[in-house]
Design a protein around this ligand. Sequence first.
Ligand code: UDP
Length: 403
Amino acid sequence: MTILDTYAQVAGEEVVTQLRQLAAPLKGKRIIHVNSTAVGGGVAEILSKLVPLMRELDLEVTWEVIKGDEDFFQCTKSMHNALQGNPVPISDQHLHHYGDVNADNADQLRDSLQTADYVFIHDPQPAALLSHMPHRQGKWIWRCHIDVSHPYRPVWKFLRHHIAPYDASIFSLAAFAQALPHPEYIIPPSIDPLSEKNLDLQAQEIQQMCDRYGIDTTRPWFIQVSRFDRFKDPVGVIRAYKLATKFLPSLQLVLAGGTADDDPEGAIVLAEVKEAAADDPDIHILALPPDANRTINALQRGADIVMQKSTREGFGLTVTEGMWKGKPVIGGNTGGIRLQVINHHTGFLVNTPEGAALRVRYLLSQPAKLIEMGQKAKEFVRENFLLTRQLREYLTLMVALMY
Ligand code: UDP
C-alpha cells in the first residue's frame, strides 16, 4: 500500500483525489525544500512527511539541509529569539558570518537551486541563499514557521533585506506576519494523523494507560496537555475543575506536561500548580518525558473533554490533537484556538475559570451533545488541519505562482 493510500484511509479518499488533481499540472516540475536540520523540531518533522507524499504525487522533490558551524547556529538561534521579540542585538561579526555561511551553501547548491521551478526556504537560517543566486529561474518562497509580528527591529530589518526579493512568503497565522513587498499566504499548521501522537489506538491500550496513571475511567474526567507555562493557565484549569466538582463530585482532572526540569520558569509554575491542587487525589499532575507521544495520544482519547484554557496562544496544536480524537475542546478565547474551536459547534471558547467550569458541567450533563460536538470537531480537523490539507495548500500556491 502506498503512503497516499494510507492517508486516504484516515483523511478520506476525496482528499487524496484532490491532491492528485492539484499535482497534475505540476508534474515534472522540480521542487526543492531547504531548511537547516534533517532531524529534530517541527519543520524537519513536517518535511519528513511532506517530501515522500509529494514524490508519490509524481513531483520531483528534493530536500536540502544547509551546513553551518557552531557560530552560525548560535547566530540563527539569537536571530530566532530576536524575531520573536527578544530585544537582544546581534553583532555585525555574527551577521557577516550568517551571510558567509549562506554564501558557502549557495555555492554548493547553486546548480539545483538556480534551475529549480520552486524553491521553498524554511525559516531564517537559509533565507539569504537567494541573495547569492543572481540567475534564478524558478519561484522562491520563504516559508516562515515562527511569529515575526513583533520582532526586535534591527534584526528584522537585516533579514527583511534578504526576504524582500522572494516571490512569495508563507506565514502560519495572519497574526504572525509582517508586511512584505510580495504576495503573502497564510497556511496554518497541521497534524499528522499517522504519527504516534495521533494514530488510532485500541480501546485496550487507552484503558491500560489510564490504569497506569490511576485514572478511574468509570468516572468523568478532562485533560489539559501543555507545558507548565502561565499563558497555558494551568492554575485556572484547576480552579475550573474545583468549581465544577461542586456539581459533579466524581469529576477528575489530568494535567499532563513536560517535566519542566530544563525550564526554571516551568518549575515555578509546576510548584504553583501543585499548591493549587493541594492534596486532591482526583487531580493527576503528570510530568511526562518529551517523547511520550503515545501516552499523550491515549490520554487525549481516554478523556471525556479536552481543555486548553490558554490566556495567550500561538496556534495551539493540543487543540487540534484533542479535536482529531473526537473530543469537544474547551479553549481559551485567544490566538489560534479561535480558528479551531467554533463556539458551540466544535467546542466552547471561554475567558474565565467560571466559564470553563460551566461548559464542563454542560457537556458532562448532555452526553449526546458531547458526542455530537466531538464528531464535528474531528470533521473540522479532517477538513482543515491535517497534513494533507497543508500539502493541498502548497500545491495550490505553486499552481497559482505558475501564472
Ligand atoms: N506536548 C508534549 N508534551 C508535553 C506538552 C506538550 O508532547 O509535555 C506537545 C503537545 O501534544 C503538542 C505540542 O507539544 O503537540 C505543544 O504545541 P502547542 O501548539 O499546543 O503549544 P506550545 O507548547 O507550542 O506553546
